[in-house]
Design a protein around this ligand. Structure first.
Ligand code: FAD
Length: 466
């Protein structure tokens, strides 16, 4: 695979999540020029986003700068920009950096742009039930969650106050379970004594799923254990109920239980589904590759696209043998693509199918409670929680981040504190605030506006509050 330009072989990696970053690192000693393109400047450790959303961790703890991670890798260059087009015949990409377009040429291409939230054909739900995929999402959720307690404290109408103090998480996979458990712990433990008019322990945390079990990818015994632990920490779980509508003040379901058909809750969070990033469809159209129902690109067993042996699709964006969207799948597939490129440059053109080495899965429910499968071993409770702590600490990128996370965990899990409670009005009112003038933000459940406070307490302004 000689470079068309005669210069060192150019490997372009799109996306610096787990798959892209580990592919780049695997090429550090290879005689190639590596270009990493990402639309954000950070490598995000998504499995800990829920801790950012609930005030345990700061964004810097879980999202170090890509440039900083690769600063010592001399053959790597980082470009901030979103890839919006591809010409596989001329081997070129179109990159958009804040509106400025540029072309980037490649000899080998690794596409690792991951997945985004799916609302199963109801994009309108997003306005009232944000998902959790990015730093922006987690900051918005943090604003909505802590803001809900602030506005409940201020709210004179008991029904509306109840709606502020009801949190609904849609989706009982690992993300939904972890988030629901943490919101319950926040309300019942961390926020105790913080308010004078409301009792945060009265908050309701509801976990909903259309399926009939929590953590469907776990063995049955661990599903039962997780359901029990959720109940113990105060999460109400309702299964087999599909969300049929979401609005500002609550959501509707098709539940058989009439009490669950309508839930009045101002804070709703969507953790129910994912779909391939939009670049997947662009690449599929340009190369003739297929996509599955979730928009993930069908790859050959060696992770390349049919007819384009120099184009790899890896991580959450690839569709291969029903492999799940997990960090380990992404890391291993990214490394596999990098290794294949190195071997080909050495003249070894044999095709190597990707084999996933399943090292197990973990999910936490709350402090001291988790479930884990590692090979044939099944663990739950405190042991699984310790395992969860160790695995995540080791997996985090950067020594400084590990120290910061360890400190924040000590404060949150051994003490009651949450170090990261800073919120802004823009986050609390989220998308609505971006569209409107701050003086006229309409508070859900209220006919008042922020220029007509109901009490003598000040309303949040655009300034930072904590
Ligand atoms: C909340 C949450 C919790 C999770 N918990 C776990 C867990 O406990 N265990 C586990 O194993 N997995 C977990 N996962 C899944 C795991 O994080 C993913 O499988 C993994 O991140 C996939 O890696 P990736 O590199 O394929 O994609 P990502 O990590 O999503 O990275 C994609 C990158 O591509 C960039 N990008 C996207 N589009 C473009 C474009 N057009 N141009 C340039 N850049 C682009 C993005 O900015 C991003 O940096 C979780 C995921 C989420 C969202």
């Amino acid at each position: 695979m000689p470079s068309r330009s005669g210069a060192p072989h150019r490997v372009v990696i799109v996306g610096a999540g787990f798959a892209g970053l580990f592919a780049a690192k695997a090429l550090r000693r290879a005689p190639v020029d590596v270009t990493v393109i990402d639309r954000t400047n950070h490598h995000l450790f998504q499995p800990l986003l829920y801790q950012m959303a609930t005030g345990i961790l700061a964004e810097g703890d879980i999202a170090p700068s890509i440039r900083d991670i690769l600063r010592r890798q001399r053959n790597a260059t980082v470009i901030l920009g979103e890839v919006v087009g591809i010409d596989p015949e001329s081997r070129g990409l179109v990159v958009d950096t804040f509106g400025r377009r540029s072309d980037v040429a490649y000899d080998s291409l690794i596409i690792a742009t991951g997945a985004e939230q799916s609302y199963f054909g109801h994009p309108e739900f997003a306005q009232f039930a944000p998902g959790m995929k990015t730093i922006d999402d987690a900051l918005e959720l943090r604003g909505r969650i802590f803001g809900a307690f602030e506005l409940a404290e201020w709210e004179p109408d008991p029904e509306v106050r109840r709606a502020w103090l009801t949190f609904v998480v849609v989706g009982a996979g690992p993300t939904g379970v972890e988030l629901a458990g943490q919101i319950a712990e926040l309300a019942h433990r961390s926020l105790r004594d913080n308010f004078r008019r409301i009792d945060p322990t009265e908050a309701r945390v509801v976990l909903l799923d259309a399926q009939h079990t929590v953590l469907p990818s776990f063995p049955e015994s661990l599903q039962r254990r997780a359901a029990r632990d959720l109940e113990r920490v105060g999460v109400e779980t309702y299964l087999g109920a599909m969300v049929t509508g979401i609005d500002e003040l609550g959501l509707d379901t098709n539940s058989d239980d009439p009490r669950m058909r309508r839930i009045e809750a101002i804070t709703k969070i969507w953790a129910a589904g994912v779909q391939g990033s939009p670049l997947g469809r662009i690449v599929a159209e340009a190369t003739g590759a297929g996509v599955d129902r979730a928009g993930r690109v069908h790859v050959r067993s060696d992770l390349t696209l049919p007819g384009y042996p120099n184009v790899f699709v890896v991580g959450d964006l690839m569709s291969l043998d029903g492999l799940p969207g997990l960090a380990q799948v992404a890391i291993q597939s990214g490394r596999h693509a990098a290794k294949a490129i190195v071997l080909r440059l050495r003249g070894d053109t044999g095709e190597r199918p990707f084999r996933y080495d399943d090292r197990g899965t973990l999910a936490t429910i709350s402090r001291f409670r988790a479930v884990a499968t590692v090979g044939r071993i099944r663990a739950s409770g405190f042991t699984a929680w310790l395992l969860w702590l160790a695995v995540h600490l080791v997996a985090l990128t950067g020594f400084k981040n590990r120290v910061a996370v360890l400190f924040n965990w000590t404060v949150a899990f051994l003490g009651r504190g949450r170090q990261q409670r800073t919120i802004t009005a823009q986050q609390v009112f989220a998308r609505q605030s971006l569209d409107s003038d701050a003086d006229h933000i309409r508070i859900p459940g209220s006919h008042r506006t922020s220029s007509q406070p109901a009490t003598d307490q000040p309303l949040p302004t655009r300034r930072t509050t904590s």
